[in-house]
Design a protein around this ligand. Structure first.
Ligand code: ADP
Length: 307
């Protein structure tokens, strides 16, 4: 096999109660990444996008992840990577993760699956570290493993794939502004009161239990964030109104997706998801805020081979 094309989807992280550890793979929005084997060694990148993303292999996360990968294998050929971006950078639905994870996944296919999934997560994290200033696997893990994942540790890479209730849907609203993950991480306070830590651990445990039992009332009570959301939400226009409208329209919960500005709401009923989306969009139209919005089921498979 000399070429491959994959679809690398968007993802939401944190889910209010699992800062830096929970991630959900989405079905909608994503990068299409084509990789060709080339005769000359090394990597070449062509990014097709409207966002001025660099083609330099030391600046584009795809090049950074691919180089981390190729340090671990001795081959006498190289790769040309063509990225058709489908996710706006800095939107909180894992734009950089889609490129880095999709690229190493595609290259691995051309290497006859020489590396395992955890290796791919490790290589992709190099790209995440480059753009955000810290190692985190909460976006790349669900894209590579599919479904909903919990990253227990990034130092000895311990990732748990959780169940994805079939009826669970995610409604995404992305106000059209850019928030860099690195800026959004800066507003997060480094110290947490013990009482909040206790509540957050209880919520995270309860949320995980709700995935196994499909207890959506418990899920609704657990997807709560008293630690990061109060500070981060100030960066997002209309956050409080969107949250209020979503919950009044039947959302199980609503919070910030990743580092924002995307906002997620959860629902376990397609009709309710449409009502939530409609009501939030009418409000944003009224206050004249430009946005992108969509509804997605949880994607249980992750990155998909197109051809
Ligand atoms: P996101 O969470 O959407 O990935 P980040 O702020 O973490 O947002 O990353 C976006 C930054 O990463 C932008 O400055 C962008 O130029 C840079 N970047 C480098 N390579 C890529 C890529 N292939 N896809 C998306 N962003 C990239």
């Amino acid at each position: 096999m000399d070429r491959i094309k994959v679809f690398s989807p968007g993802s939401i992280t944190n889910l209010s109660c699992g800062y830096d550890v929970l991630g959900v793979c989405l079905e909608n929005r994503g990068d299409e990444i084509e990789v060709h084997k080339s005769i000359s060694k090394g990597i070449e990148i062509e990014s097709i996008d409207n966002y001025n993303i660099s083609n330099n292999i030391d600046e584009n996360v795809a090049g950074i992840a691919a180089q981390a990968m190729l340090k671990n294998i001795d081959i006498d050929f190289g790769f040309k990577i063509i990225i058709n971006k489908g996710i706006k950078p800095g939107s909180g639905i894992g734009s950089s993760a889609a490129s880095s994870a999709g690229t190493v996944y595609a290259i691995n296919q051309l290497l006859n699956s020489h590396f395992d999934n955890l290796d791919l997560v490790r290589f992709s994290m190099e790209g995440e570290n480059f753009v955000s200033g810290s190692y985190h696997a909460d976006n790349v893990a669900p894209i590579i493993l599919g479904g909903i994942t919990l990253v227990r540790s990034i130092s000895d890479l311990d990732i748990i794939k959780l169940p994805s209730p079939k009826s669970l849907e995610v409604i995404i609203i992305r106000p059209n502004i850019e928030i860099k993950t690195s800026d959004s991480r800066r507003v997060v306070k480094k110290k947490v009161k013990i009482e909040k830590m206790v509540q957050q651990s209880a919520n995270l445990g309860a949320f995980i239990s709700s995935l196994y039992s499909e207890d959506f009332d418990l899920m609704s009570r657990s997807v709560v964030d008293e630690i990061v959301e109060p500070d981060r939400s100030m960066l997002i226009p209309e956050f409080e109104s969107i949250k209020k409208i979503s919950t009044e329209s039947g959302a199980l919960s609503c919070g910030i997706s990743g580092s924002g500005p995307s906002i997620f709401a959860l629902s376990n009923n397609s009709e309710t998801s449409k009502i939530i989306l409609n009501n939030v969009c009418s409000h944003l139209d009224k206050v004249k805020i430009d946005y992108d919005s969509f509804i997605s089921k949880v994607n249980p498979k992750g990155i998909k081979i197109l051809d």
